[in-house]
Design a protein around this ligand. Structure first.
Ligand code: NDP
Length: 253
């Protein structure tokens, strides 16, 4: 499905990362992939995980550093010559902002969370566009806390709302170049980032009881949806937020 396609994947921290599930799904369909990591401490992890993927590139990229972003795209252009898709699977908020009341969010926590978790999508889309010479597809990861109040999710919910809105504005801007932009709204999954949200265990239990499918989503299922969105099977879908949450979002009382 993705033979002769090249993709860039942001956000692999370890084997539990949603980005890694996306990478596995895309690699299995023949995509050639470039991975970015943030900081030296993750370099070894990402290199180990990707060592069996033929032709995979691994490049550093902290999205708060524009020079890193520019260098990462230059390397991809030099090595791959073009880019067909980009998967954005990164987010960050200071731990103290993910506990207690949203009203206590500091200016610094707000700015950091919005910059890394929302603005970075626009930043990466702008850098990717010149490489997407034959059109392309950009996918990001969101969460239900963007639209409903989820206890302790706080400023990340506000960042995800900005992210989902950015998806729509980017879809309109980039559609002229046949570049599609979509979000996947995933149900909670026990990853490194998710552990930063207090009471994650209780949330997983609640969803397993209340969602129509009576279980939690697996990272593999989010990866498969990302694969669909970067493939030509979704060629008329853009600007959307697609739920992969075992149906939890449809439930009222
Ligand atoms: P991970 O911790 O595995 O992935 C988050 C990634 O973001 C890490 O690789 C992290 O690197 C990276 N990151 C943080 N700050 C920066 C930065 N400044 N520059 C570049 N990369 C950075 O967790 P997930 O796989 O759970 O998260 C992936 C995405 O999925 C996030 O957007 C998250 O909000 C979203 N999501 C997660 C859900 C869940 O329940 N797990 C549910 C719905 C959406 P580092 O470790 O170095 O900080």
């Amino acid at each position: 499905m993705l033979e002769n396609k090249t993709g860039m994947i942001f956000g692999v921290a370890n084997q539990r990362s949603i980005a890694w599930a996306c990478a596995q799904a895309c690699a299995a369909q023949g995509a050639k992939l470039a991975f970015t990591y943030q900081g030296e401490r993750l370099k070894e992890n990402v290199e180990k995980l990707t060592k069996d993927l033929e032709g995979a590139l691994v490049v550093p990229c902290d999205v708060t550093n524009q020079a890193d972003v520019d260098a990462a795209f230059q390397t991809v252009e030099k090595e791959f010559g073009k880019l067909d898709f980009l998967i954005h699977s990164i987010a960050f908020a200071p731990k103290e902002a993910l506990d207690g009341e949203f009203v206590m969010t500091s200016r610094e926590a707000f700015t950091t969370a919005l910059e890394i978790s929302a603005f970075s999508l626009t930043q990466l889309a702008l850098a990717a566009t010149p490489l997407m010479k034959d059109g392309g597809s950009i996918v990001t990861m969101s969460y239900y806390g963007a639209e409903k109040v989820v206890q302790n999710y706080n400023v990340m919910g506000v960042a995800k709302a900005a992210l989902e809105s950015s998806v729509r504005y980017l879809a309109e801007d980039l559609g002229k170049q046949n570049i599609r932009v979509n979000a996947v709204s995933a149900g909670p999954i026990n990853t490194l980032s998710a552990r930063g949200v207090k009471n994650m265990g209780a949330m997983l239990k609640h969803i397993a009881e209340k969602s129509p499918l009576r279980r939690n989503v697996e990272a593999r299922e989010v990866g498969n949806t990302a694969l669909f969105l970067v493939s030509d099977l979704s060629s008329a879908i853009t600007g959307e937020t697609i739920y992969v949450d075992c149906g939890f979002n449809i439930i009222g009382v």
